[in-house]
Design a protein around this ligand. Structure first.
Ligand code: BTN
Length: 324
């Protein structure tokens, strides 16, 4: 580990505690000037320190920088299930993780970014991923699942996100079929699960589950293209290292659900949280948009709708999206 990584681990494990340059240098077997150089680099990365003469530096409890060390600390005992890599900026955590999956990295590899320059959503849409205000992460899975069951990965992630949002904000989060988490009528999170098929077995070679959360609104608000539908978990930036804690909360819950994917015990909760069922929707993705009422989510996670002419259909999320 480089000096900078070692130092942030020490500070993250003891936020609010002071460490002198001398102490850090002797712990890490480096010079004091190497320590101060690393602290300067960390400040340039956005970490906020308090300095006191004679005591050294402490990482402020409200310093909010996404970091491997911060996420791993918040993961606690679950840390061994993941190999977390954190990026300040990346094209798309899904795109990069798929490349890594093709090169053989293992299940539990997680890419987390503070900004995406080419974030992607379902139906080839762009996922706006501004710097410093959101959480963009992808998890690599190598499940022994048939492709049809892969949808339960998305539903497990949606429940994990909704529960984590509720824990940190105290506000009830709903799920819009199939992959969006909503708070107060606004989309605060989108989920994109992409899989590679093993053609011989019909099973999955791997799946990448990508989760994008708007934690608080960007300065100047969301861009025009999404400003009417997008919301954030918090109306203003909260104090504390909220994004590291949210990343860990989502990962922990998701992994627990993933382990019981074939029985999918979280699916009842997914349905209970639905903000789609019972609502009028517009069905998009196949020719002309059609107006319908959403009746239910069936056991295969299809949305059962009744069109205005009285006909009913169970919609598969692969080809369809709905607008409320
Ligand atoms: C959607 O709203 O249609 C799904 C959005 C999924 C966004 C996440 S952010 C992390 C991961 N990387 C991406 O490029 N997309 C997913």
């Amino acid at each position: 580990m480089r000096v900078k990584e070692e130092i942030i681990k020490i500070f993250e494990n003891s936020r609010g505690e002071y460490f002198s340059g001398e102490e850090l240098a002797s712990r890490l077997h480096v010079s004091r000037s190497a320590v101060w150089k690393a602290v300067r680099q960390l400040e340039a990365d956005g970490y906020q320190f308090d300095a006191a003469s004679g005591r050294g530096y402490c990482l402020r409890p409200d310093s909010d920088v996404l970091s491997k060390q911060g996420i791993e600390k918040a993961l606690g005992e679950s840390v061994s299930a993941f190999d977390v890599k954190v990026y300040r900026t990346i094209t798309s955590t899904n795109t990069v993780l798929k490349e890594m999956a093709a090169n053989g990295v293992g299940e539990g590899t997680v890419l987390v970014a503070s900004e995406q320059t080419a974030g992607r959503g379902r139906m080839n849409r762009r996922f706006v991923s501004p710097s410093g205000t959101g959480l963009y992460l992808s998890i690599l899975l190598r499940p022994k699942l048939h492709a049809d069951e892969a949808l339960f990965i998305t539903t497990a992630a949606a429940v994990a996100v909704a529960q984590t949002v509720e824990e940190v904000s105290g506000r009830h989060a709903g799920v819009k079929w199939v992959n969006d988490v909503f708070l107060n009528g606004k989309k605060i999170c989108g989920i994109l699960t992409e899989a590679s098929l093993d053609m011989e077995s019909g099973g999955l070679e791997y799946a990448v589950c990508g989760i994008g959360v708007n934690v608080f609104p960007p300065d100047g608000g969301f861009p025009d293209e999404i400003k009417d539908i997008a919301g954030a978990v918090f109306d203003v930036r909260p104090s504390g290292d909220i994004r590291n804690r949210m990343a860990a909360g989502i990962l922990k819950r998701f992994m627990a659900y993933y382990r019981s994917l074939p029985e999918h015990p979280f699916f009842e909760e997914y349905k209970r949280r639905s903000v789609t069922v019972g609502e009028r929707v517009t069905v998009l993705g196949r020719g002309e948009p059609r107006s319908a009422v959403a009746l239910a989510i069936d056991g295969e996670c299809r949305l059962v709708v009744r069109y205005d002419d009285g006909s009913e259909e169970a919609l598969n999320s692969g080809e369809i999206s709905v607008r409320k």
